[in-house]
Design a binder for this molecule. Structure first.
Ligand code: NAP
Ligand code: GCO
Length: 264
């Protein structure tokens, strides 16, 4: 029988205070994993711990910036002491800044690269030695439509997410022989706080033009929800995907397959 169970596994989901990370952590917990997560803000942490508890999940939370190498190392060591070695790492923490590239301060460009690309490297590096020793592990990087496509104002984000796709392939290449699988999940347009500005009602009460654009551009004719990511992450975290490595699974309602409707 195909094994989707995560009983006895320890999962670290970065940036899982809410949004996609929270939904994925919930799914991993429902499949049997023990959950650790991090975020930067105490307020988000407090609310997240209450939300996990309300779902019956005893998640272990850490206030830790995923770009802080020493902090991440200490977090992973503490997880190992309290829950056990990390079997599943989901590099989910991420930000976006929507600024025309020619107007974007380089510090902002660097910050997006730091969080969306360097942090996944830092977190993967922190868990790999133990996974290599135990000769098994799952690393899942949360990529994006912008791992494949560009659009106005998201140059830093697209550069980071494009790099994250190749980092995923490189980790798969370098560590596959240790029975470590590294894959990506590429969500389409998902309704979370990160995309809230793109869905805001206009002053006249009409839908945001980008909202209408995305619904037209998506064969499923809807925004995705964080819950749409729950099955894919359990699949890639489980033994059911042990021979899948270096793959980015797009969970996008068909956007990448679709040229778009002919204008009326
Ligand atoms: P979100 O709603 O903005 O949530 C981001 C989470 O990451 C929050 O918990 C935030 O908490 C945490 N975070 C941000 N920077 C961090 C850092 N440096 N260290 C630790 N935690 C950090 O985002 P989302 O929409 O759920 O997206 C989650 C991931 O999916 C991101 O990588 C995003 O790029 C990707 N994605 C999103 C979509 C979408 O349409 N929403 C589509 C494709 C890919 P704190 O602020 O408290 O740290
Ligand atoms: C944007 C959106 C996208 C989504 C996601 C799509 O401004 O275009 O925020 O980047 O967040 O990454 O997959």
């Amino acid at each position: 029988m195909v094994n989707f169970s995560l009983e006895g596994k320890v999962a670290l989901v970065t940036g899982a205070a809410y949004g996609i990370g929270f939904a994925m952590a919930k799914a991993l917990a429902e499949a049997g994993a023990k959950i650790a997560f991090n975020c930067r803000s105490q307020a988000n942490m407090d609310k997240a711990l209450a939300d996990y508890k309300a779902e019956g999940i005893e998640a272990k939370g850490y206030i830790c910036d995923a770009t802080d190498e020493a902090g991440v190392k200490a977090m992973v060591e503490d997880i190992e002491k309290t829950l056990g070695p990390v079997d599943i790492l989901v590099n989910n923490a991420g930000i976006i800044k929507r600024v025309p590239m020619h107007e974007m301060p380089s510090e902002e460009f660097r910050q997006v690269i730091d969080i969306d690309l360097v942090a996944p490297y830092i977190c993967a590096k922190a868990v790999l030695p133990s996974m290599m020793e135990r000769r098994h592990g799952k690393i899942i990087n949360i990529c994006s439509m912008m791992s494949e496509l560009g659009r106005e104002t998201v140059s830093a984000y697209a550069a980071a997410k494009g790099g994250l796709k190749m980092l995923t392939r490189n980790i798969a290449s370098e560590y596959g022989e240790y029975n470590i699988q590294c894959n990506g999940i590429g969500p389409g347009y998902i309704a979370t706080p990160q995309t809230a500005p793109l869905r805001e009602r206009q002053p006249d009460g009409s839908r945001h033009p980008f909202d209408s654009f995305i619904v037209a551009k998506t064969p499923a004719a809807r925004w995705g929800t964080p819950e749409d990511l729950m099955g894919p992450v359990v699949f890639l975290a489980s033994e059911a995907s042990d021979f899948i490595n270096g793959h980015v699974l797009y969970v996008d309602g068909g956007i990448l397959a679709y040229i778009g409707k002919q204008p009326k």
